[in-house]
Design a protein around this ligand. Structure first.
Ligand code: E4P
Length: 218
């Protein structure tokens, strides 16, 4: 399973990218607004930092508007992926854009049927939102698992980006059910690397080493 970072914050992307674990980036209108700046410049900077797919979302509600925005967004950088909401207008736009060879990420997926429609209209990626489903008492991970099963059963090549990740156990779950990608916030990357026993173990190694070799350490 590949790991993407879910943010438009350049400092966060730059830091996690030094770990060598990033295969791509997802943004959305809320994340872009939170970050501020000139949208095209921010997206270009992200693409220059991470060599992988960078999702940029359209804001228009009608398919014509989405298509127009998408054609502009892909001019920013070769790695831009067009994020489109799963609506009727979104599907219409997807049909045209996929025929033009523009890569897409169908977002706000909350059901298996939405994922199937997106895949059949030519989506490169679908993004099921786990956390937001859990928030309303449903099982977000089960949705990712079911989409994976459906895509495998019917030889669908659309890749799954498990999104709206709330905790480390969502990441572990998505990996175990075979999600192709999970997109994770900066905070959760930090939580993933931390373990109390690693911290304790390191302290003990340091203490034992220093007891014997302290004088030799400069
Ligand atoms: C994914 O592409 C979305 O940007 C994101 O995961 C949404 O997460 P949220 O539910 O925490 O806003």
């Amino acid at each position: 399973m590949k790991l993407f970072i879910d943010t438009a914050n350049i400092d966060e992307i730059r830091e996690i990218n030094t770990w060598g674990v990033l295969s791509g980036v997802t943004t959305n209108p809320s994340l872009i607004a939170k970050n501020g700046g000139i949208v095209k410049d921010v997206l270009n900077e992200i693409c220059e930092l991470v060599d992988g797919p960078v999702s940029a979302e359209v804001n228009a509600e009608c398919s014509e508007g989405m298509i127009k925005e998408a054609r502009e967004l892909v001019k920013i950088h070769k790695n831009i992926i067009i994020k489109i909401p799963i609506t009727e207008e979104g599907l219409k736009a997807l049909k045209i854009l996929s025929k033009e060879g523009i890569k897409t990420n169908l977002t706000l997926i909350f059901s298996e049927s939405q994922a199937l429609l997106a895949a059949r209209a030519g989506a490169t990626y679908v993004s099921p939102f786990m956390g937001r489903l859990d928030d309303i008492g449903e099982d977000g991970l089960k949705l990712v698992e079911n989409i994976k099963k459906i895509f495998a059963l019917h030889n669908i090549e659309t890749e799954i980006i498990a999104a709206s990740v709330r905790n480390v156990s969502h990441v572990r779950g998505a990996a175990l059910v075979g999600s192709d990608i999970t997109t994770i916030t900066y905070k959760i990357f930090k939580e993933m690397i931390r373990h109390d026993l690693t911290v304790k173990g390191l302290e003990k190694f340091k203490e034992d080493f220093n007891r014997v070799y302290k004088k030799e350490i400069k």
